[in-house]
Design a protein around this ligand. Structure first.
Ligand SMILES: Nc1ncnc2c1ncn2[C@@H]1O[C@H](COP(=O)(O)OP(=O)(O)O)[C@@H](O)[C@H]1O
Ligand SMILES: [Mg+2]
Length: 280
């Protein structure tokens, strides 16, 4: 049996990281440097009293540094809630959630702001400033501390990598939906954060652009040992994941590698991968 967070279990795809018989389950495991995210017995509810609605149930999950992890599951299963707790956008009240070794449970607001600075967020809606050009939207996110390249250079490099070299001086209203989303992605990636949290980042992108975006994320994780947690229903990009976690009704339903996930969650008689329908 593999223990959570131990050696081979972290690198072999297909192993489950939340074994119910885990002897550590009644105590908190030690903080491990190789883990970007360490979650233990996390519960979360919206509202209070009679209106209280629990949406996450006893989530225990480790994300090692350098992995691309896809989080999937039906609408309303708690994916956005989980990603916003990991991103220190909501307060953890029950259970333990550590990001880069820092415990978020009951953390003060000022400290949560600091944790958020080490995370690159990519949301469904792009949230760009309409009055700024693509380049300026990215430049304003650049932190200069300890970096040798100028803001302008860094913004140009990342925008070019995302195929926007000839769109840098356009404002959002002159960009397509896919282009705007790529600017938002450039803004999230420009400081090379150790953790990237993405909520349906390719939903508005065509096949080729989706592929370019996830390939860039893959390169970053390999080169910089950064970790990506990405919510997606986009079955065109499942293959980039080291792991696929399925959340159903606020509980972890499976944690497996892409091939095993696709085999167990699709109709097998489909001729083309793109045409496969998810049973979710
Ligand atoms: N701010 C909120 N207040 C109350 N309930 C919420 C709030 N946000 C989400 N929920 C509820 O929590 C559940 C999980 O939502 P969400 O995390 O957005 O799911 P997903 O991202 O998987 O679609 C849903 O039942 C949703 O209605
Ligand atoms: Mg969601």
């Amino acid at each position: 049996m593999y223990l959570e967070g131990e050696g081979d279990a972290m690198t072999k795809p297909g192993n489950r990281f939340f074994a119910p018989e885990n002897p550590l389950s009644n105590s908190l495991a030690p903080i491990k440097d190789e883990l970007a995210v360490q979650i233990q017995h996390l519960n979360f509810a919206f509202g209070k009293g009679d209106l209280c609605k629990q949406v996450l149930f006893d989530i225990s999950l480790n994300l090692p540094k350098g992995q691309i992890v896809i989080l999937t599951g039906p609408s309303g299963s708690g994916k956005t809630t989980l990603i916003s707790l990991i991103g220190a956008l909501r307060t953890v009240r029950e259970g333990s959630l550590r990001v880069m070794g820092q415990e978020l449970a009951d953390m003060r607001n000022a400290d949560r702001v600091r944790v958020r600075q080490s995370i690159g967020f990519i949301f469904q809606s792009h949230n760009l400033f309409e009055s700024l050009t693509a380049r300026q939207n990215v430049e304003m996110a650049v932190e200069l501390l300890g970096r040798f390249k100028s803001k302008r250079d860094q913004a140009e490099v990342i925008l070019t990598q995302l195929g926007l070299a000839d769109r840098m001086d356009h404002k959002p209203q002159a960009l397509s939906g896919g282009q705007k989303q790529r600017v938002a992605i450039a803004r999230a990636l420009v400081n090379h954060p150790p953790l990237i949290l993405a909520d349906e980042p390719t939903a508005a992108l065509d096949k080729q652009t989706s592929r370019e975006v996830v390939t860039l994320m893959q390169t970053l994780t390999r080169e910089q040992n950064c970790t990506v947690l990405m919510v997606t229903h986009d079955n065109r990009i499942l293959d980039v994941a080291d792991r696929i976690i399925n959340l159903v009704d606020g509980q972890l339903e499976s944690d497996t590698n892409p091939d095993a996930f696709i085999n167990s969650h699709t109709y097998k008689n489909s001729k083309h991968d793109d045409a496969k329908m998810f049973i979710m």
